[in-house]
Ligand binder design. Structure first.
Ligand SMILES: [Zn+2]
Ligand SMILES: [Zn+2]
Length: 263
């Protein structure tokens, strides 16, 4: 692993000799710089103060998150599948216990991303598990650091194996994507990062340009996303943070939510 500095607000790793005074991800209007300006931390500090919490959500689905919560506090998902496991999104802490945890369950065949806010230390994860990282080409400009395992994909869909597929939905970022896993339920499960965000009351699903800054998407974008997502079969939805899971009336809640934007 290369010496790194970590943005304490979003968890992105940069080479310690990178010339950035501020994190480009957080300087973008979809994120923010904290009161008092840019804050950096180091892998050593992160490793000594934080751990990775794992939680089994389904027989073949684990959520991984940093405890206590750090930066955006997203979770990653380890999805076990007969022809190879997928890590959906990333968390910015890779320590021995989590490496052993994943290796004991068959390692990783690939890492795939919803969007740039969760790239974290993806190059380290990919090197450790000797696997590719699938990122939609539209978000290429947000890839920082060295890593020869990134594989950019184009178009609307990227089929994986065991019927799993990556689908580019856009909205929040042009490359914002979801992962569809058909084997987890009758209609299949969608892992959506924050391409779609389940609200805390579990009765609304948000689509926004920026969630922390409460910046909406253009009307036409919401219409396009509504039409695209409606055509995807799914009855389970897993969003970017702990507890943001929907397993009942998912499509109804999605439709009602999009209608609310369009009224
Ligand atoms: Zn940042
Ligand atoms: Zn985001």
């Amino acid at each position: 692993m290369q010496p790194s500095k970590i943005c304490a607000t979003c968890g992105t790793y940069y080479s310690s000799n990178a010339s950035y005074d501020v994190c480009p991800i957080c300087a973008d209007d979809r994120q923010y710089l904290p009161e008092g300006g840019q804050r950096w931390t180091t892998p050593e500090e992160l490793t000594s103060r934080y751990s990775v919490r794992t939680n089994q959500l389904r027989q073949n689905v684990y959520e991984l998150e940093i405890a206590p919560s750090f930066a955006i506090a997203q979770r990653a998902f380890l999805i076990l599948s007969p022809q190879g496991n997928v890590l959906w999104d990333c968390i910015p802490l890779l320590n021995e216990p989590i490496v052993e945890f994943i290796k004991a369950r068959g390692g990783l065949r690939a890492i795939a991303f919803s969007h740039p806010h969760y790239y974290s230390n993806m190059h380290d994860w990919a090197a450790t598990f000797d696997c590719p990282v699938y990122i939609h080409r539209s978000d290429e400009q947000w890839i920082f650091g060295k890593g020869d395992r990134v594989e950019l994909w184009d178009g609307t869909e990227n089929p994986l194996w065991d019927g799993m597929r990556l689908i580019n939905v856009g909205g929040h970022f042009p490359g914002s994507s979801i992962l569809h896993v058909p084997s987890l339920s009758e209609e299949g499960a969608v892992f959506c990062g924050d391409t779609l965000v389940i609200s805390p009351n579990k009765k609304h699903i948000a689509v926004m340009y920026s969630y922390p800054n409460r910046m909406p998407l253009p009307h036409g974008e919401v219409q396009r996303i509504k039409k695209q997502v409606e055509a995807i079969p799914f009855d389970m939805l897993f969003s970017f943070m702990r507890d943001l899971n929907l397993t009942e009336d998912v499509k109804e809640i999605f439709d009602r939510s999009m209608e609310r934007y369009l009224q």
